[in-house]
Design a protein around this ligand. Structure first.
Ligand code: PMP
Length: 452
């Protein structure tokens, strides 16, 4: 199938070669690369992406889930244009109206987020959440789950996608660094937990309770492997009992699992929550929120306004938790995010219905060929996992699935105009409809017949 992909994407191939002369590997983020080379897109419109060779694709990557209204949604475009026109500027460097408006919307949809702060990315939001947890508890380690991603920095870039042979026993995973250049300090101070294994998690947390400030989790791993309800209930109870903060990293799950994210789905109140992606309407954003007494740590103290930024690092460090960012709460981005949420409030049921149709159709086609598989996911996100297993509960289950066949399938689908990065999850947008479902299922039918 790769051969057919290469035949259809010669423009991408040439571009990818040139890009290597400018960017390492020809990409600005490691995940954007795949073998033999990524598709180079030129234009997006609604549910579709168009590449430099003029091929059209139904887009199921949606910029890693950031575009839940698809490409160029008129409400988002209008909100951005109006924000710039009406205010005559798009950056104030002061607090402003939209920060308040978005904050109120978040408080309404995510009641656990009693106060919020804005950041420029999901990565920054989780980083700030960890700092808050250290400051609030006075402890110096964190715990994260194997297979969970929380951004690209040292403390959490461990055991996201580790080779199983290096990852230790399933019920007591070893911290495995995901990158060169990470100080071994982080392997010692980040404790790795087994997802969906409450007994083992409880044992590890109890043993380290005096050092662990917080457990950070993707409540639905990778946006598609759900925690069981009993695991989540147990995790909330244990962390509370042990004086450990619970952070729900909802950068992926926020709005896409339901408007109120995974915490609404599980009816759990985390201490801190991080959001990103959808809430920026396609622009860079992050939000952190949570319990008032924790967020208040970053409220500037009475003395802080006399210092300028050059002095503030030293002078304020003692009496407040430092958080800054030139672009935090960028008005244009918040306008795009608010417009996105408004549309989702009207149309999210349509998204779920399309997702379910697609999942069902794909399962039926695999069934016809007698191949064991599951569509694993909740709300508007799912993944196609080719496996004979009955349940996919965590990273190690996923690793045992048939990646080779899935990759063949994905390259075949690319040649049929269905876009997601090979092995990636599917995200559904408001702009996906019956036409896209039909086209996708026809493509699946053709490719499955060819590769099986
Ligand atoms: N947390 C989760 C759960 C994520 O999925 C991501 C991004 N994929 C991040 C954090 C980091 O967000 P960003 O890429 O905006 O920095």
């Amino acid at each position: 199938m790769k051969k057919q992909y290469i035949a259809k994407t010669q423009g991408s191939k040439n571009f990818a070669e040139s890009a290597k002369q400018v960017m390492p590997g020809g990409v600005t983020a490691n995940i954007k690369s795949f073998d033999p080379y990524p598709v180079i897109m030129e234009k997006g419109d609604g549910a579709y992406l168009y590449d430099v060779d003029g091929n059209a694709y139904v887009d199921y990557l949606l910029s890693y889930g950031a575009l839940m209204l698809g490409h160029g949604h008129p409400e988002v475009i209008t909100a951005v244009q109006n924000q710039i026109k009406e205010d005559g500027t798009f950056l104030f460097g002061t607090p402003h109206q939209l920060e308040l408006e978005m904050g109120k919307k978040i408080q309404q949809l995510y009641p656990s987020m009693e106060l919020v702060r804005y950041t420029n990315s999901g990565t920054e939001a989780t980083l700030l959440a960890l700092r808050m947890a250290y400051a609030f508890t006075g402890k110096h380690k964190i715990a994260k789950f194997e297979g969970h991603y929380h951004g690209g920095y040292d403390q959490v870039l461990l055991s996201v996608n580790p080779p199983i042979k290096n990852a230790g026993p399933a019920n007591q995973p070893t911290a495995v660094s995901e990158s060169k250049g990470i100080d071994p300090y982080h392997e010692e101070n980040t404790i790795v937990l087994p997802f969906n294994d409450l007994e083992a998690t409880e044992e590890i947390l109890k043993k380290n309770k005096d050092e662990i400030a917080t457990v950070i989790t993707e409540p639905i791993q990778g946006g598609f492997i759900p925690a069981t309800q009993s695991f989540m209930d147990g995790l909330r109870r244990i962390t509370e009992e042990l004086g450990i903060l619970l952070i729900f990293d909802e950068v992926k799950t926020g709005f896409r699992i339901g408007l109120g994210g995974a915490q609404s789905f599980y009816n759990i109140k985390p201490d801190l929550t991080t959001l990103g992606k959808v809430v920026g309407g396609g622009f860079p954003v992050g939000i952190i929120g949570g319990k008032k007494e924790i967020l208040e740590l970053s409220a500037p103290s009475a003395s802080s306004d006399v210092f300028d930024s050059s002095q503030s690092h030293q002078s304020k460090a003692k009496d407040t938790l430092f958080h800054s960012g030139t672009y935090n709460g960028h008005p244009t981005i918040l306008a795009a995010g608010l417009a996105t949420i408004n549309v989702l409030e009207q149309e999210i049921e349509h998204v779920f219905s399309i997702t379910n149709q697609l999942k069902q159709g794909i399962c039926e086609l695999f069934d016809k060929h007698g191949i064991g598989m599951q569509t694993v996911g909740v709300g508007s996100i799912f993944n196609v996992v080719i496996t004979e297993k009955e349940t996919i509960n965590h990273y190690r289950d996923l690793q045992q699935s048939d990646f080779a066949l899935r990759r063949e399938l994905d390259f075949g689908l690319l040649t049929q105009g269905i876009y997601t990065k090979p092995l990636n999850r599917y995200s559904i947008a408001t702009v996906h409809g019956q036409k896209e479902v039909n086209h996708t299922l026809e493509a699946y039918e053709k490719v499955l017949a060819e590769i099986i």
